[in-house]
Design a protein around this ligand. Structure first.
Ligand SMILES: Nc1ncnc2c1ncn2[C@@H]1O[C@H](COP(=O)(O)OP(=O)(O)O)[C@@H](O)[C@H]1O
Ligand SMILES: [Mg+2]
Length: 280
C-alpha cells in the first residue's frame, strides 16, 4: 500500500499498455547484460519472460524496478517516462517485485507480513503521536485480501513459519498484489515448489491478473508458462528476440528461439503496440 491507496484492493484502469521499455542497455564491465532490450506489458495480462541462463532476464527486471539503473534506454509507465533511482521509487509507482529467495518474514504472522513496513496506525493522536498500530484494521483487511485471492489459511494470525512452502509463496504474492497498484513481477515463484503447490500458486497468479493487475512471470518452466501466460517475451543475448502467443506458438518453437535454433522472424509477433517508436 502506498500513500495514494487506502485499502488492500488494487484498481486498474487506463490504456491497454501499462509499461514499456525501449533500447535498454546495461553493462557490467565488459559484460553486456542488456543490449538494447525492449519490453511491453499490457494491462491485466500475464507476460512470461523466458530465456536461457545469462540472457539478461534478471537484468531486465532490475532495470524495470529500480534495482539497477540502465546505462541507456527509456522506460514508460502509463505513458509517462520514469527514471527509477531505487526499488522504493518503483514501489511508490505501483510496481511490486517478489524475488526468488523467500520474500516473507517467517517469524511474523500473515497480517504482519502483508503490512510489513507499511503498518496502519490508529486514527487520531494514538496513531500520530503514540504510533499505536491499528491491529484490528490490519487483520480485517488482511482477512479480506486473502479471501479475495482465494488463499485458504487457518488464521491470518498464524506465523508464516507454520505454513507450507506454497502457502508462504502465496503470502509473498498476496503482499505484492496488495501493494502493487499496477505491476507485480514474480521471479521464478514456483522454482522451489512441488506440483500441487505450484498449481496453487499458478491459480493465485491468475486471480491476481483477474483483479486487473499486470503480472510479469519469469520462469524456466515451459509447462507453467504455457499453462497461464497470455503472452511470452523471449529474451536472448541481452535483448527481446520475440513476443509470441502461447495459443499460436508451440513450446518447441519458443525453446528454439530461446536457444537461437530458430530465427525470431519465424514466429508470429504478438506485440500489442506495433507502432514504431513507442516508448521512445
Ligand atoms: N552484477 C553483475 N556483475 C557482473 N555481471 C553481471 C551482473 N549481473 C549480471 N551479470 C551478467 O550479465 C549477464 C546477464 O545476466 P542476468 O541478467 O542475470 O541473466 P538471466 O537472469 O537471464 O540468467 C550474464 O552474463 C551475467 O553474468
Ligand atoms: Mg536471472
Amino acid at each position: 500500500m502506498t500513500d495514494a491507496a487506502d485499502t488492500l484492493s488494487p484498481a486498474a484502469s487506463g490504456p491497454a499498455i501499462v509499461m514499456t521499455a525501449a533500447g535498454l542497455v546495461k553493462r557490467y564491465g565488459h559484460v553486456v547484460a542488456l543490449d538494447g532490450a525492449d519490453f511491453e506489458l499490457a494491462r491485466g495480462e500475464i507476460l512470461a519472460v523466458v530465456g536461457d541462463n545469462g540472457a539478461g532476464k534478471s537484468s531486465l527486471i532490475k532495470a524495470l524496478t529500480g534495482a539497477e539503473i540502465p546505462d541507456r534506454g527509456h522506460i514508460h509507465l502509463d505513458g509517462s517516462e520514469v527514471h527509477f533511482k531505487n526499488p522504493l521509487s518503483a514501489r511508490l509507482s505501483g510496481i511490486e517485485t517478489v524475488y526468488q529467495e523467500l520474500a516473507v518474514a517467517t517469524q511474523l504472522n500473515i497480517t504482519q507480513n502483508l503490512f510489513l513496513g507499511r503498518e496502519l496506525r490508529k486514527p487520531g493522536i494514538l496513531g500520530t503521536l503514540f504510533r499505536q498500530l491499528d491491529k484490528a484494521r490490519m487483520q480485517r483487511q488482511a482477512a479480506d485480501h486473502m479471501r479475495n485471492l482465494g488463499i485458504r489459511v487457518q488464521s491470518i494470525n498464524q506465523k508464516v513459519e507454520t505454513l507450507s512452502g506454497g502457502q508462504r509463496q502465496a503470502v509473498a504474492v498476496a503482499r505484492a498484489a496488495a501493494w502493487g497498484r499496477r505491476v507485480v513481477i514474480l521471479d521464478e515463484p514456483t522454482a522451489a515448489l512441488g506440483v500441487r503447490e505450484t498449481n496453487q500458486v499458478l491459480d493465485l497468479i491468475i486471480r491476481v491478473r483477474d483483479q486487473g493487475l499486470s503480472v510479469v512471470l519469469i520462469s524456466h518452466s515451459m509447462p507453467n508458462v504455457f499453462q497461464i501466460a497470455d503472452r511470452i517475451h523471449i529474451h536472448r543475448l541481452g535483448r527481446r528476440a520475440a513476443v509470441v502467443s502461447p495459443k499460436t506458438t508451440s513450446r518447441s518453437d519458443v525453446v528454439a528461439v530461446m536457444t537461437g535454433a530458430l530465427e525470431p522472424s519465424a514466429v508470429a509477433s504478438a506485440l500489442i503496440n506495433q507502432s514504431v517508436g513507442i516508448g521512445r
